[in-house]
Ligand binder design. Sequence first.
Ligand code: KIV
Length: 269
Amino acid sequence: MSAKVRIATLQEMKREGKKIVMVTAYDYPTGRLADEAGVDAVLVGDSLGNTVLGYDDTIPVTLDQMIYHCAAVARGAKRALRVADMPFMTYKGDRNEALRNAGRLIQKGHCEAVKLEGGHEVAGTVHSLVQAGIPVMGHIGLTPQSIHALSGYRVQGRGNQAAEHIVESACELERAGCFAVVVELVPGELGRRVAKALHIPAIGIGAGAQCDGQVLVLTDLLGISFGPPPRFVKEFGQVGRAIREAVETYSREVREGAYPAPEHEFDTE
Ligand code: KIV
């Protein structure tokens, strides 16, 4: 096993111009397989609402669900840096409550950092968490927890004013103490501008090739999605199809009496 990835590792990678690889993970096998594949960071994303719990969006995901999934990922992913999403409405109200909630993700979920969505409006909370010793990753651009306010999943930061606002938000998060920022669904040129403006890593998803690293939702890259994937996604596998075919073959063999075969049976002695 190569060296444990820490926050300092990601920051050093930015300085050295090495691309950072992050992927979501939701349980023990996905955490372990991503770790064994050598990713730098695993994100226990609240995208688990859509990808493993079957909700329409991330909004119903609770802190207890996040803790449960984080702890499972932590049992599998030892080397990669483990980052946990703070779910909807667990950090935008009272700062002390945000502190308690982030503390539970670290202490009970065994994650090493938290991620929260937003710019200026969360900068004070980021500062408090960082002061308390909790590393924070920011998330700007398309912020899925604000999906209703944003009127759907659409590209953010188009036009000078909107682009400027995103660059300013990124800089404010850096000043507040974030160690990295996710930039989601913005024009490639804006992804490049954010990465250039920051000393900390800008990790893109649908934000072009010039970010300091990339994050993808694991089920998207594996091809386990139940609808057309977003345009920025590349399916690196057809795992959904492989699962369906394997279960179909198993079903057929059981029905035909071909499975279990003699080699799968136990003798009396
Ligand atoms: O929840 C998640 O998976 C995320 C990624 C889209 C960055 O926040």
